[in-house]
Design a protein around this ligand. Structure first.
Ligand code: UDP
Ligand code: MG
Length: 318
């Protein structure tokens, strides 16, 4: 029988201002769920300290000493949100039946946890928390974030619109995730590749409870680049397309210059120079694109992603 042990994984980077409130709310939430018999008594809140420079780890240790419901993982140094999250999920994997990842700043509505657990109990393996609105975000953040999801999807990365990293994953989904060995891991793009039955829970995204965003514009751009280049080789295909297009233009230019030459409207040398410029440019781009295609293949191979994950096998033993 499943025990339904829930781990809530919370990456924390310099979050001393929000931790007391976050821990209080999560403790209340888990206690209520335990009382309702939905999750086991062994459920935990797992804080991952991502090399914070403030008192975050001290606070986590204190919480752990006060109440066994709190656990902690301390990374040796700051490795960024995605890696901290993965460290937490992989630690939780062997101890839980389901894990929910959540930001420390309470922007992810803690009450959505109920909906996620309910969907899990109904048989879902992955439940995405999706923001129903972005009222509290600044126009700039909303514009850049929504643009980001659009660009990602246009480039062929299957991301869930307006879903950050607030999601529930079952143990077997986490085991699937563990098979993605790539170093440039972009969770939001990789999780949909796992498959299984998935569902969505909507929530209002709140304001950061205290402290400031750990994602300044520079980090956000780097994150977007990481997402695109780690999931998609479409930019390479774009170069191939461009090379092909310019090569076509060179043929048009050839016809055009022959016509001008036949009418005696050209200076000597013009037609040959113009044609070679376009043709060589097009050929170079085209070759770059072809080489790029192979580089892209090598890139995908080097990630060693699982080619399939099995949900169930029907077979009589023996
Ligand atoms: N975070 C982290 N390591 C980092 C940056 C951020 O673990 O290097 C955590 C942070 O503590 C928070 C979550 O990632 O729990 C999301 O960060 P933040 O709220 O600053 O991002 P925003 O909501 O502004 O996009
Ligand atoms: Mg935040």
């Amino acid at each position: 029988m499943r025990e339904n042990t829930l781990y809530v994984v919370v990456p924390c980077y310099n979050e001393e201002e929000v931790l007391p409130e976050t821990s209080r709310r999560l403790k209340d939430k888990l206690t209520a769920l335990m009382g309702a018999g939905k999750i086991s008594e062994k459920s935990r809140v797992l804080f991952v300290n991502d090399g914070s420079r403030d008192r975050t780890w001290e606070l986590i240790s204190q919480l752990h000493a006060q109440n066994p419901i709190f656990s902690g993982v301390d990374l040796t140094r700051n490795r960024g949100h995605q890696n901290a999250l993965l460290a937490g999920l992989m630690t939780a994997k062997d101890r839980c039946d389901m894990a929910i990842s959540m930001d420390a700043d309470l922007q992810d509505d803690v009450d959505a946890v109920d909906g996620m657990v309910d969907k899990y109990l109904e048989g879902c393996d992955i439940v995405y928390g999706v923001r129903s609105s972005r009222k509290t975000d600044t126009f700039f953040k909303r514009f850049t974030a929504e643009g980001f999801y659009r660009v990602m999807n246009a480039l062929g990365a299957e991301t869930v619109f307006n879903h950050a990293d607030y999601r529930l994953m079952s143990k077997r989904a986490l085991e699937g995730l563990a098979q993605f060995k790539e170093v440039n891991l972009f969770l939001r793009g990789v999780v949909p590749m796992i498959g299984y039955r998935t569902d969505v829970v909507e929530y209002e995204r709140g304001e950061r409870f205290a402290g400031e965003s750990k994602y300044p514009l520079k980090k956000m751009l780097a994150f977007a680049m990481e997402g695109i280049t780690s999931l998609s080789t479409k930019p390479i295909r774009f170069i191939t397309g461009l090379g092909f297009f310019i090569f076509l233009v060179s043929i048009l230019m050839l016809i055009y210059s022959i016509v001008r030459w036949a009418n005696g409207e050209t200076v000597i040398g013009w037609a040959s120079v113009i044609c070679s410029v376009w043709a060589i440019g097009g050929l170079i781009l085209l070759s770059l694109g072809v080489i790029g295609e192979y580089v892209g293949k090598i890139y995908l191979e080097s990630k060693g992603r699982p080619r399939f994950l099995i949900r169930e096998v029907l077979d009589h033993e023996g």
